[in-house]
Ligand binder design. Structure first.
Ligand code: PLP
Length: 425
């Protein structure tokens, strides 16, 4: 109960309205599949004053954010901006704007988030077809090409990294294949951007979206996206401007109207362009966060940040292996920022191990779902968290908790193996 008292509409203290205590979250180290701890600078950026989206200083910040994310996505695309909402808002904006009812989409489905792409596609009214990889594996380029030839889709959609399986789909050949067969390629890089190589232009990715809460170390709630002229043409073909804001000089397309107002990328292009077409009220504090995430990442250097992720993950994996644990998934295609590890048979209550990690050491690690429920834990080393001290803390804590659960194969071997990875650097 709060010691503050609420008042009723007559201004009298009300015993029936509870206003709870001030927020006071316990310190945590977030080493699950996301969200992860925020860079302190990002938190600070969120506390500066909110402005309206037509204030010239604020439109300047919007333009800077666009410019920063062109570097993060490694693209020259003019259309690089934010969708206000969590990462799936970015996915929905891309798919609802591209796909009209009846359009065919081919999904490369290798985990839970492939299913999400299919689900969103179906809700949009698209004809969704998929190729499905066993969890823990990804697709060869030839399989993808064969499926495109068979189905002739308008859009091919895939995740780069699927956190549910911890696998990373190689993409460098997929873009050129889509281009050869006249399909647009959409990629969800929510879980992988800035922790794994991602080359929007070199890999010929037409449209892609991400979130802040993984390797960018920001809060969930903003989804940076980028798309090229091919995608923009397909979207503008469906452009219809809201009646109350339409002017006579606006050119509309003759394709079917986009099935969402909030996620209409055709109107959003005009909102983010010098036209500044009125649309939603910009989530200013989230824009400040997104802008600061990109500044932090670019200040370190994208490649240096990717190398830091690779090193932290190598150390974590060396430690887990030295503890006698088995890593999950095809070792050639693992993401460099989240690790799946099999729960050993000696551990009878794997959820209790996780809750003890949280209660006793303040460390969150991830559970899993679908076919992997109860079989693996998922440990993230991403963004601000991908550092030596956190890897060593996590291994030491996990070893201690697992010992309490009867898994006592090694004493300190995990931490020592991780130390050695860092010693070699
Ligand atoms: C690959 C991938 N796509 C999409 C999402 C959905 O993100 P959000 O929960 O921010 O909507 C996630 C979240 O874990 C993810 O890992």
């Amino acid at each position: 109960m709060s010691n503050l008292t609420a008042r009723d509409s007559k201004g009298k203290p009300s015993p029936t309205i509870e206003i709870f205590g001030e927020l006071d979250p316990l310190p945590r180290l977030l080493m699950g599949p996301g969200p992860v701890d925020l860079y302190p600078r990002v938190l600070r950026a969120m506390s500066v004053a909110v402005q309206g989206q037509f204030d010239p200083q604020f439109t300047g910040y919007m333009n800077q954010t666009m410019a920063l994310y062109r570097h993060v996505f490694r693209t020259a695309n003019e259309w690089t901006f934010l969708i206000d909402g969590s990462a799936r808002a970015g996915i929905e904006a891309c798919l609802v704007s591209l796909l009209a009812p009846g359009d065919r989409m081919l999904v490369l489905n290798f985990g839970r988030f492939g299913h999400l792409l299919m689900e969103i596609g179906r809700r949009v009214g698209a004809e969704v077809v998929s190729i499905d990889a066993e969890w823990g594996t990804v697709f060869e380029a030839a399989e993808v090409e064969a499926a495109i030839k068979k189905h002739n889709p308008k859009v091919v959609a895939t995740c780069q990294g699927d956190t549910s399986t911890t696998m990373l789909q190689p993409l460098d050949q997929i873009g050129p294949i889509c281009r050869r067969h006249g399909a647009l390629l959409y990629v969800d890089c929510t879980a992988s951007l800035a922790g794994n190589a991602f080359e929007t232009d070199d890999w010929q990715i037409d449209i892609t979206s991400t979130g802040l809460q993984k390797c960018l170390s920001g809060p969930p709630g903003s989804a940076p996206i980028t798309f090229n002229g091919r995608a923009a043409a397909a979207i503008n073909h469906r452009k219809h401007v809201e009646a109350g804001i339409k002017t006579s000089d606006m050119v509309e397309g003759n394709g079917p109207i986009i099935g969402s107002n909030y996620f209409d990328l055709a109107m959003l292009m005009d909102y983010w362009s010098p036209k500044r077409l009125n649309h939603h009220t910009e989530a200013a504090s989230m824009l400040y966060a997104a802008r600061e995430c990109a500044r932090v990442v670019l200040e370190e250097g994208l490649d240096a940040g990717i190398a830091r992720h690779a090193q932290a993950t190598a150390a974590l994996r060396a430690g887990l292996t030295a503890m006698g644990l088995e890593l999950y998934g095809d070792s050639r295609y693992r993401m460099a920022n989240v690790t799946g590890v099999y729960i050993p048979k000696e551990i009878k209550d794997s959820e209790r191990v996780r809750s003890q990690m949280l209660e006793d050491f303040g460390i969150e690690i991830g559970t899993s779902f679908g076919p992997l429920a109860g079989k693996i834990w998922r440990i993230g080393t991403m963004g601000h968290v991908a550092r030596k001290a956190n890897v060593l803390r996590c291994l030491a804590s996990l070893e201690a908790v697992m010992r309490r659960h009867g898994y006592a194969k090694t004493g300190g071997a995990g931490v020592e193996a991780a130390y050695r990875v860092y010693d070699q650097a």
